[in-house]
Design a protein around this ligand. Structure first.
Ligand code: NAP
Ligand code: MG
Length: 487
């Protein structure tokens, strides 16, 4: 375990290529959720700081050093940034663990490699972004160009702080935009750390600006700033709706990756052993603080008791503990507020008629920190609030179903549509159900995979637009059509 002091994390805003204080020296306490103690103070960006950052991003967007940079050189910058992150894996994983409470092993083996892979994937795109020639009527040569949109405001959550930041930065930069990034107030450290790398690998000043602070202050200033051309957001559906309303004023482009209440489905003809191995990870990985968490477990009636028993055992087996301990599988929830909210949801479930068959209470880890026991609720019906609302914690609701029709009616009865998983050994049924589920991602006999090449996003109130893959970079471009007379 690397002591926090040894990590020398920057705690000031990164604007126009330099670390600087927030206006008036404003700062806020950054809490380690595994201990409840402060890790120190971090700059609290104000509307004035956002304005400075947006102006720096605008100047960088217009400057020839960025606008005229060859696509191959943008590729090189992105690879170099990936190299820096890769070489600093242990430091960044440790910072992420102190900031979020997630297990260090997960940060090292999942968050960091995903961040590197995403940068490398999008590093390949600047040289492949092309327009088309269009077969129009008349003596014209008509073609399209894909241009960057301009200044992008990016707002990210606390569950995968570095990976979420990189997932937004990589396609935006690959397409030639400039960025003002606001990390979540609970987890600002890894994003601020990137500033050093950006400068060192040679991104021109102002191309990426990182402003830590509150959503209600820095975030608000960013979404309302007339100099911002697009907002890319990941977080709660409520904040996403607010951003969409605010964007109407200047018709900012928006892309939103929001909440989920994803159905994880086990049919009676499933390979139950394989399914049950996946069910635990699908909900308890990262303390359940995952937008695609398989939080509603639907089990076909003949298997219900058996599956419930297996889920209960999986929950009881997982070690909740010090995020830096090697055998820890479930760390601390991100904040005291979120921890209390998760517990309130469990109590609500009980008051709605659900039965706690595993967990159901905070976990004691040395008498401090915001730990919660992996929890399984039985006797849940899909209309209960614990089956309809995103808890974003280690809480699984188990729901029986009769047949395909009953399953689809229940699984699709949700305001969300981010992901779904299903287990069956019947190939035709698997694809039939995959087609009928209203979700942006469907896993068949698997759950939770993510890859920068695979489009990712939500149906319904789970979002707008798709990240990753070609779609993920297309949404950071405008298409210009050029008509040329051949006369
Ligand atoms: P949130 O409020 O939506 O926060 C996400 C980001 O938006 C943070 O950077 C936040 O800043 C910022 N923000 C908040 N209010 C804003 C505003 N008015 N204008 C601009 N930016 C604003 O989510 P949360 O409160 O951290 O978490 C609440 C719930 O959201 C969770 O329990 C979960 O259900 C859901 N969630 C979903 C995802 C996902 O990946 N889909 C991720 C995280 C959370 P601050 O940090 O300063 O508030
Ligand atoms: Mg923190």
């Amino acid at each position: 375990m690397i002591p926090f002091e040894k990590l020398t994390a920057p705690t000031r805003l990164y604007i126009n290529g330099e670390y600087q204080d927030a206006e008036g020296g404003a700062r806020f306490d950054n809490i380690n959720p595994a201990t409840g103690e402060s890790l120190g103070q971090v700059a609290k960006g104000t509307a004035t700081d956002i304005d400075r950052a947006v102006k720096a991003a605008r100047a960088a967007f217009e400057s020839s050093t960025w606008a005229n940079l060859a696509a191959a050189d943008r590729e090189r910058l992105l690879h170099r940034l990936a190299d820096m992150i890769e070489h600093n894996t242990d430091t960044l994983a440790a910072l992420e663990t102190y900031d979020t409470g997630k297990p260090f092993g997960d940060a090292r083996k999942i968050d960091l490699p995903l961040s590197v892979q995403t940068l490398r994937y999008y590093a390949g795109w600047p040289t492949k972004l092309r327009g088309e020639t269009v077969p129009v009527r008349g003596p014209f040569l008509t073609y399209t160009i894909r241009e960057p949109i301009g200044v992008i405001g990016q707002i990210v959550p606390w569950n995968f702080p570095l990976f979420m930041a990189v997932m937004k930065l990589a396609p935006a930069l690959a397409a030639g935009n400039t960025v003002v990034l606001k990390p979540a107030e609970q987890t600002p450290l890894t994003a601020l750390y990137l500033g050093q790398f950006l400068a060192e690998v040679g991104f021109p000043p102002g191309v990426v600006n990182i402003v830590s602070g509150m959503g209600t202050e820095a975030g608000e200033a960013l979404i309302n700033h007339p100099g911002v051309d697009k907002i890319a957001f990941t977080g709660s559906t409520g904040t996403g709706q607010h951003i969409m309303r605010q964007a109407a004023g200047t018709l900012k482009r928006i892309s939103l990756e929001l909440g989920g209440k994803s159905p994880h489905i086990i049919f009676a003809d499933a390979d139950l052993k394989a399914a049950m191995r996946a069910v635990g990870a699908a909900i308890f990985y990262n303390q359940g603080e995952v937008c695609i968490a398989g939080s509603r477990l639907f089990v076909e009636k003949p298997l219900y008791e058996q599956a419930l028993e297996a889920a209960t055992q999986a929950a009881a087996r997982l070690k909740v503990g010090d995020p830096f301990a090697e055998d820890t599988r479930v760390g601390a929830l991100v904040s005291e507020q979120h921890w209390k909210r998760v517990d309130e949801y469990v109590k609500l479930g009980v008051s709605e008629g659900a039965r706690v068959v595993a967990g159901g209470a905070p976990a004691d880890v040395g008498g401090r920190g915001y730990f919660y026991q992996p929890t399984v609720l039985a006797g849940v019906t899909n209309n209960m609030r614990v089956a309809q609302e995103e808890i974003f914690g280690p809480v699984l609701a188990v729901i029986p179903f009769e047949d395909e029709a009953d399953l689809l009616a229940q699984a699709n009865d949700s305001q969300y549509g981010l992901a779904a998983g299903l287990w069956t050994q019947n190939l035709g049924k698997a694809h039939r159900i995959a087609r009928a589920l209203k979700a942006g991602t469907v896993y068949i006999n698997a759950y939770g995979m993510m890859d920068p090449a695979a489009p990712f996003g939500g149906y319904k109130m789970s979002g707008l637009g798709r990240e990753n893959g070609e779609e993920g970079i297309a949404m950071y471009t405008e298409i210009k059509t050029v008509w040329t007379s051949l006369k």
